[in-house]
Design a binder for this molecule. Sequence first.
Ligand SMILES: Nc1ncnc2c1ncn2[C@@H]1O[C@H](COP(=O)(O)OP(=O)(O)O)[C@@H](O)[C@H]1O
Ligand SMILES: [Mg+2]
Length: 237
Amino acid sequence: MSHLEVRDLSFSYGKLLVLDGVSFDIEEGEIFGVAGPNGAGKTTLFNVITGFGHGRGSISFEGSSVARLSPNALCRRGLARTFQTPQPFSSMSVLDNVKVGAYFGGRDEGAAGDALEFVGLSGKKDDLVDGLNLYDKKMALIATALATKPRLLLLDEPVGGLSPQEVSQTIELFRRINRELGLTVVVIEHVMRVLTALANRLLIVSSGRKVCVGPPQEVCADQDIIDLYLGGGSCGA
Ligand SMILES: Nc1ncnc2c1ncn2[C@@H]1O[C@H](COP(=O)(O)OP(=O)(O)O)[C@@H](O)[C@H]1O
Ligand SMILES: [Mg+2]
């Protein structure tokens, strides 16, 4: 049994078919990367997996079907996600934001404190989120997801806007989330060096379809895939 099994998943916005028969498995404990052009359907895939939209096809998590559940029910089962466009409660403190995550996941305040400590933000717990720099805002949002105490964490383009050094620190944090907390991690990213550094397998999506799944070395060895789906740059850039 895989940790997450997606079978023949399709989703439309009105007449626009955005996911078209996507199937893949994610194994427990792996870091699984998702890449592909803008508009490929990556965020929509996360939305459907986490209950923010219901598609056709099947999704099973830890052996049970979860395709019709609400975001809150999915969160309480152990699935958490971050958003490509973050919307924190800016006028609330860091700790209060993270507590919202804990409560959404059915956890207590202790989970919020643990999560803040894990991302290194305990010293700013009473700051308003509004006053944080971009890196700390991102850490606060990752802590909010961790405070739900998930077993599988989905991250949607988590490093956008960060400096190269902050990107490296974030890569290290995701490794610790995977190794020390034992979470399965799924990460959408267009910064390919993040995926090649972290992921043991990559899913390439284009126009709502699966192009391929494989280890980064394999995917990045295929010049056609790089040219057609990864913007033509090098996989390490
Ligand atoms: N709320 C929405 N209503 C209508 N179309 C949408 C909506 N959100 C996304 N789309 C469309 O769905 C397609 C996939 O978008 P998205 O999943 O955000 O792609 P990606 O994350 O890979 O860039 C795009 O064509 C986008 O314009
Ligand atoms: Mg997206």
